[in-house]
Ligand binder design. Structure first.
Ligand code: DHE
Length: 547
C-alpha cells in the first residue's frame, strides 16, 4: 500500500479550476495524488509562466515528457535546485522551495501535464462582479491624493497591491487582488487603475473614491499576465483588454464596468512554419496612440495583432508576422514605434503603430532580451535610442529609434553596454534623467542580484562605458534572506527612482528610493504590509508611456 498505490488519477486544481490528473504510465515516477496536487499548484505559480501550461516552452525550455525523461530525475532535481545563469531561478538554494519540494517538482515534470479547461463567455460572466456601478461612483475626486504621482506596487505573494504616495512615501491603501498581480495599467484619464493577477483575476480600482477601492472584478481565464485600456482620442476609458496564457485568448471589456464584450482565441498557426499551436499565449498588450487599436503580442505563434476596437461587433484584426516567443516591450520616445522582444529568439520586432505594419526585426546581440517596457535615452552620438537588457548575459543593447534624424542607425544595435551580469529583467530611464539603470534580480550571486548598475547617458561616447554600482540591498539594511532588487520606476517629476527589494514572503522587504541627480540614497520605505514588492507603476508615467 505504498505511494504508488496511492497515486490515482483524480481531480486537482490549476489556479482555482478543477483539472484531471493524467493517468500514470509504465515507468512513471511515483507520486501520491496529494503530492501531484501540490506540485501542480507550484508548477502553476512558479513554472508555467516561463515553460507554459502545456510545457511547450517559451522563455524557459520545453518540459514535455519526451525531453524530461531523457534528462532524468537527478538532472532535473539539480537544475531546479541550483538554477542556471541563463535565467532559470535557483529555486532550492534561494530558499524559495524546500528540498522536498525540489524533489517533488523533479518527479512531477516527469509526468504528463494536466490540461486545464476552457474559459468562455458563460464562465467570464459568472465571475464578473460589478461592485459599484458607474452611477454610484463619485462625480469628482473625493480625496486629496496626488493621483498622478501615486505608485501602484505589486505585493506578489500576498495577492495585493499597495498604493504609495510618490512624494510623501505614505501608504494610502493596500487592496486585495488576484494571485501574484503581474502589472498595473491606468485608464487614459488617470482615474481607473487596472491590475491583473496570474490567476487571471482583474481588479478595476477607482482612484477618485475617498479611499480608492475595487469597483469591478472579473476572471478572464486561469492564467494571465496582461491588461491595457483604450487610449486613442475619443476612446479614453472606453475599453479594457486582458490577455491570458490559459486559455490562450484575449477579451475586450467595457472600460467602466469590466463587462466582457468580445473574446478572441489566439490558437492557430505559427507564423513561419504554419503548423498548429494549441497554446499561443498572450504576452504584452499596449494601446496605440495613433489609432483605435490594441497591439497584442502572441508568444508561440510569433504574431502581433493590431486589434481595431472602433467596431468590436465587426472586429478587424491586422495580423503581423513577427517572430516567435514575443514577450514584453514598449514604445520609443515618439510613441509611434513599439519594440517587442522575441526573447527566446534573441530578437526585437519593431512595429509602426501609425501604419500598423512591421518596420524591422533585429538581433539584439545578447542572450534572451528582456526589456520590460525598455528605456528611452537621448544618446550623445546616435540620438534617440531604446534599451533592453538580457536575461542570459550582462549585455545591454541600445537600438536606434530615429529613422528621420539618424536613418543609418535606425533599428540597429548602435552600442552594447556591459552591466552587472546575467539575470537582468528591467532597464529604466526618464526623459529628464542622465542615467540608465539596469537590474539583475535573477543573477544567482547575492551581491549582483542585490545591486543596480547605472550608466551616465552623456558618457556613452566612451569606447566601453563604465557603470556605477548602487548597493541597494545594503542601503535597505536587510540582514536576512537573499533579497533581489527589481524594476526601477521613476516618480512623476523624474527626480527619484524606486527599486523593490524583493525578499522571501516571511522576511522583511523594502522599497529603496534613489535621488536621480546625485545617485544617493533618498529614502527606504519599510512597512510590515510590504510583502514581496516587485513591480511598481507610477500613474502618470504608466498612462503616458514615459520610460
Ligand atoms: Fe513578468 C511584465 C510575463 C515573471 C515582474 N511579465 C510582464 C509581461 C509579461 C510577463 C507578458 C508584459 C505585460 C504587458 O506589458 O502587458 N513574467 C511573465 C512570465 O511569463 C514570467 C517569465 C514567469 C511567470 O511565472 O510569470 C514572468 N515577472 C515575472 C517575475 O517573476 C517578476 C520579476 C516578479 C513578479 O511580480 O512576478 C515579474 N513582469 C514583471 C513586471 C512587469 C512584467 C514588474 C512590468 C514591467 C514594466 O515595467 O511594465
Amino acid at each position: 500500500d505504498g505511494p504508488a498505490a496511492a497515486y490515482e488519477p483524480s481531480m486537482t486544481t490549476l489556479g482555482q479550476l478543477q483539472v484531471e490528473i493524467p493517468g500514470r504510465k509504465e515507468g512513471d515516477p511515483v507520486m501520491t495524488a496529494d503530492e501531484y496536487q501540490k506540485a501542480n499548484q507550484i508548477y502553476f505559480e512558479r513554472c508555467a509562466g516561463c515553460h507554459g501550461v502545456l510545457r511547450k516552452g517559451a522563455t524557459g525550455k520545453p518540459l514535455t515528457t519526451d525531453i524530461t525523461r531523457e534528462n532524468g530525475f537527478e538532472y532535473l532535481r539539480d537544475f531546479i535546485n541550483y538554477g542556471s545563469p541563463a535565467g532559470m531561478p535557483n529555486w532550492g538554494t534561494s530558499g524559495d522551495m524546500t528540498e522536498e519540494e525540489v524533489h517533488m517538482m523533479a518527479r512531477y515534470i516527469l509526468l504528463d501535464p494536466a490540461a486545464p479547461p476552457e474559459f468562455g463567455m458563460p464562465e467570464m460572466r459568472e465571475s464578473w462582479n460589478l461592485i459599484v456601478a458607474p452611477e454610484d461612483r463619485p462625480k469628482e475626486k473625493m480625496n486629496d491624493i496626488d493621483i498622478d504621482n501615486l505608485m501602484s506596487v505589486t505585493l506578489r505573494d500576498s495577492g495585493q497591491i499597495a498604493l504609495i504616495d510618490g512624494a510623501t512615501y505614505e501608504i494610502h491603501g493596500i487592496i486585495d487582488t488576484g494571485y501574484a498581480v503581474h502589472i498595473s495599467r491606468i485608464s487614459a484619464s488617470g482615474r481607473y487603475l487596472f491590475v491583473i493577477g496570474r490567476d487571471a483575476l482583474v481588479n478595476m480600482i477607482d482612484l477618485w473614491m475617498e479611499t480608492p477601492a475595487t469597483v469591478a472584478q472579473i476572471k478572464v481565464g486561469s492564467e494571465a499576465r496582461s491588461i491595457e485600456t483604450s487610449k486613442f482620442e475619443g476612446y479614453e476609458d472606453k475599453y479594457a483588454i486582458a490577455g491570458s496564457y490559459w486559455p490562450p485568448q484575449y477579451v475586450i471589456m467595457d472600460g467602466d464596468t469590466l463587462e466582457p464584450l468580445k473574446i478572441k482565441s489566439t490558437r492557430g498557426m505559427i507564423y513561419d512554419e504554419q503548423t498548429f499551436h494549441p497554446e499561443p499565449r498572450v504576452a504584452a498588450i499596449v494601446a496605440s496612440h495613433y489609432k483605435p487599436e490594441f497591439i497584442v503580442n502572441v508568444k508561440e505563434t510569433g504574431k502581433i495583432l493590431m486589434v481595431d476596437y472602433s467596431d468590436i461587433k465587426n472586429l478587424k484584426v491586422t495580423e503581423i508576422e513577427a517572430e516567435r516567443f514575443l514577450h514584453d516591450g514598449g514604445f520609443d520616445s515618439s510613441k509611434r514605434y513599439f519594440l517587442t522582444a522575441a526573447n527566446a529568439r534573441g530578437k526585437v520586432a519593431v512595429i509602426d503603430t501609425k501604419e500598423s505594419a512591421l518596420t524591422a526585426i533585429l538581433e539584439t546581440d545578447g542572450e534572451t532580451p528582456h526589456p520590460g517596457r525598455g528605456a528611452n535615452l537621448n544618446h550623445p552620438t546616435f540620438g534617440p535610442v531604446w534599451a533592453t537588457s538580457h536575461l542570459g548575459d550582462e549585455t545591454v543593447a541600445l537600438i536606434g529609434t530615429d529613422p528621420e534624424g539618424h536613418p543609418d542607425q535606425a533599428w540597429k544595435v548602435v552600442q552594447q553596454l556591459y552591466a552587472l551580469g546575467g539575470g537582468s529583467l528591467f532597464v529604466k530611464s526618464h526623459p529628464d534623467s542622465n542615467h540608465l539603470y539596469v537590474d539583475a534580480p535573477l543573477n544567482p550571486d547575492a551581491e549582483t542580484s542585490g545591486s543596480i548598475a547605472v550608466f551616465k547617458v552623456d558618457e556613452l561616447t566612451a569606447e566601453e562605458p563604465e557603470y556605477i554600482t548602487l548597493p541597494i540591498v545594503e542601503w535597505a539594511e536587510i540582514a536576512e534572506g537573499q533579497p533581489r532588487v527589481v524594476q526601477g520606476e521613476f516618480n512623476k517629476e523624474g527626480t527619484e527612482i524606486w527599486f523593490s527589494v524583493w525578499n522571501a514572503k516571511d522576511l522583511e522587504s523594502a522599497i529603496v528610493v534613489v535621488d536621480d541627480k546625485t545617485l544617493e540614497l533618498k529614502h527606504v520605505i519599510k512597512d510590515e504590509r510590504l510583502i514581496t514588492p516587485t513591480g511598481k507603476f507610477n500613474v502618470y508615467n504608466t498612462r503616458s508611456d514615459v520610460y
